[in-house]
Design a protein around this ligand. Structure first.
Ligand SMILES: [Zn+2]
Ligand SMILES: [Zn+2]
Length: 401
């Protein structure tokens, strides 16, 4: 009673914003660190708080309050010295406070000791570690990049040293090209063969002619021809521009993912607003990564993987500032690597959904898919915690993590 009276009084004298959540139950456990940006142990706390904030996004709230800049907060929390860390459980009840520097492991151990499971939320939602049905399609009929069935009329081959990669069409070749590091694109193009639309036989990509058209959704379509006359003939019934390999390369590589730099068609991508400029995320998770790569606040418009319904995410300082609809969730497509670790299954296996029900339907149609449901806050946090070096390698073949 006394405490609530005090809270009311404090609210009246104008620090309502600070006192409000302390009085109201918060949905997540919360760690409040009261310090100042110039105190030495407080400074040592800063990277720990940043880490916890990213790692436990959606499972624990972490707040830093600078009591030199905001002296009322010091009174509200009745602290004696800085830094002080206060542990609130999900009902908003204070469970513990610590004075002085407090290490990350100590903080985590304290939550455990208090019986507050801050990992609990991560295990909620859908997890699929083993495929419902194995993918039995022959390897040569599956695109190496996007995992779709290869249309024999657009099949594209890249010859490697020991193996050849089968791609569903020239567009996936450009995604492949923009996902490999340390190669000479000219040397690479000599290895590429495309299927001649007219005869169905393979022909070197660099010397073929291309009919570059557009489907009903405005997405580019590419037909390759060994013989230019055959391309001209096709153009009469199927409109498009007749282009050389060189022009095709320029077109295909002109639009890139603002996070991983892969070639992308805007029709397949998430729209990302970065201040006054616009970019694309080649997948939903890459779109979150734009905030990490550019260190800027972004607005993302993604489409539900199942229904195409819009999902809007705004970030501020590497955190989710708003999410519409609030029920939206992410699917983190993962696969087990040879050393037994779960790694990202790549950009083509990631998606956002407006609801868990939509994810469920999407998974039913994809029995071979493995991975787990995560929050969109977690999808963002996973990207924010990457180092610049990791970002530079993000989504590159063999580096996808
Ligand atoms: Zn493909
Ligand atoms: Zn990307």
């Amino acid at each position: 009673m006394k405490t609530s009276l005090k809270i009311i009084l404090i609210a009246i004298i104008g620090v309502w914003s600070v006192a409000a959540w302390a009085a109201e139950p918060s949905k997540l456990p919360k760690l409040v660190d009261l310090g100042a940006d110039k105190c030495i142990p407080c400074k040592a706390m800063a990277p720990i708080l940043k880490d916890l904030k990213a790692e436990y996004a959606g499972r624990m709230d972490v707040e830093f309050i600078d009591v030199w800049k905001n002296p009322d907060a010091g009174k509200t929390y009745k602290i004696k010295l800085i830094p002080t860390q206060i542990f609130f459980d999900a009902s908003g009840k204070e469970r513990f406070r610590h004075e002085g520097f407090f290490g990350k492991e100590d903080i985590l151990a304290k939550w455990k000791e208090l019986g507050v499971d801050i990992k609990a939320k991560a295990s909620a939602g859908i997890v699929r570690e083993t495929p419902v049905a194995a993918d039995t399609r022959p390897r040569e009929s599956v695109c190496f990049m996007c995992d779709e069935n290869v249309n024999p009329k657009t099949k594209t081959l890249v010859k490697g040293q020991s193996e050849q990669r089968v791609l569903c069409g020239p567009h996936c070749y450009f995604i492949y090209l923009s996902s490999i590091v340390g190669v000479d694109p000219k040397a690479e193009e000599a290895k590429v063969s495309v299927t001649d639309w007219a005869s169905g036989t393979l022909t070197p990509a660099a010397s073929a002619s291309y009919l570059y058209g557009m489907d009903a959704k405005g997405r580019a379509t590419i037909k390759a021809f060994a013989d230019k006359d055959a391309a001209t003939k096709e153009q009469q019934t199927s409109p498009g521009s007749l282009v050389t390999w060189e022009v095709l390369c320029g077109k295909e590589l002109s639009t890139r993912c603002a996070f991983c730099d892969r070639a992308v068609y805007p029709e397949d991508a998430c729209n990302v607003k970065i201040g006054a400029t616009r970019g694309y995320g080649c997948c939903t998770h890459c779109s979150m990564g734009v905030a990490a790569r550019l260190q800027k606040d972004i607005e993302v418009e993604a489409k539900d993987g199942q229904t195409g319904e819009p999902i809007r995410v705004k970030t501020v300082a590497g955190q989710i500032a708003s999410l519409e609809p609030a029920t939206a969730i992410a699917w983190f497509g993962q696969k087990k690597s040879t050393d037994g670790k779960w790694v990202s299954a790549g950009c083509f296996k990631q998606a956002f959904f407006v609801s868990e029900a939509n994810l469920q339907k999407w998974l039913e149609a994809r029995p071979a898919m493995t991975g787990r449901q995560i929050t969109i806050a977690q999808a963002l946090a996973d990207k924010i915690k990457l180092s610049p070096d990791q970002i530079a390698k993000a989504c590159k073949l063999g580096e996808c993590k």
